[in-house]
Design a protein around this ligand. Sequence first.
Ligand code: PSU
Ligand code: MN
Length: 302
Amino acid sequence: MQTFQPSVADDVAQALDEGRAVVALESTIFSNLGLPAPANAEALELCKQAVLDQGATPAVTAILDGRPHVGLTPDEEKRVLQGTRKVAERDLAVAQAQGWDVGVTTVSATVTLAHAAGISVFATGGIGGVHRGSEVSGDVSADLDAIANHPVITVCAGAKAFLDLPRTLEYLETVGVPVLGWQHDWFPAFYTRSSGLPVPHRVDDERVVCDVLRFRSRPNTGVLLTVPIPVEDEIPESRITDVLAAALAASASAGVTGPAVTPYVLERIEKETDGESIPANLALARNNAGVAARVAVSLARS
Ligand code: PSU
Ligand code: MN
C-alpha cells in the first residue's frame, strides 16, 4: 500500500547519498500566494543561487500531480510559480488523496517533507506565528508545531509584525523549540532587524547551530534560526507600522478567516507599500538561503 513518501529529485538524492549539504526551500513564497510575479520567479532564482554559491544543493518542495516532491525540475518550478493552492502539513495527505495538480508548501509542510527526505536545514522568508487576537480567533499557525515536531533547522527573518510576536515567542518556548539569533541579539520582524524583543540565544558560528540540533533531547524537535534582514535593505519601522495596521484592518473588514488570512494580509502589505516591500522581501529571502547553506555545509562536514 502506498504511504507518505516524497519523490526526491535525482540531484537532491545524490547529494544526500554522498553526505553533501542540502537546503530545503518552501514554495508558498515562490507562488502567487507569497509574492506577485515577476518577483516570485526572481526570489526563486536568488534563493537557489545563494544555496549553490555556498556549495549546497537547493531542494524546493511542492505537491505536483498528487505527489509530494523534494527538488524540482525547471518545468516543475514553472508550475509552482503559478500555484494557488496552499498546502500546510495537514493538507499533505489531502493533496495526495485528492491528487491535487499543484500545491505550494508552507513552512509546516516543508519541514515535514524535509524530514521525510532526510534534509536537516530549511530556508524561508518569514514563518507563520500566533496571530493578533488569537485569544478570540484561536489562529495559531501550524508552522510552530511543525517546527517543534520535525528535527529540522528552519532559517527565517523572524516573522512579520502583523502577528503577535511576543506570543509567538512564548509559544515556541512552550513547545520546546530553541530560538537562535544569527549574529544578532533581537528577534527580527522581517522588514526590520529588531522587533524590540530579545532573541533567547545569540549564535555567531554555524557550528553552534548544528550542535544545538545535535544535542536536542527530543528526537523530533527542530531549531529556529532567525537572521535579520541586511541593514541596507531594512524598511523604516515607522513606515511599516502604518502599513501593517492598514493591512490588518482590511483583512478584518473583509471577514477573512483560516488559511486565507496570511496570503490576504501579505497581498495588502504589497498594495499598501506600492510594491516597495518587495525588494526587502527578496533581499532577506536570499540572505536566509545563504546562511542556511552555510549551516548545511557545516552540518555535512561534522
Ligand atoms: N509569512 C510571510 N510570507 C509568507 C508566509 C508567511 O511573511 O509567504 C507563508 C509561509 O508559507 C508560511 C505560511 O508557512 O504563510 C503561514 O501561513 P498560516 O499563517 O496560514 O499558517
Ligand atoms: Mn492560521
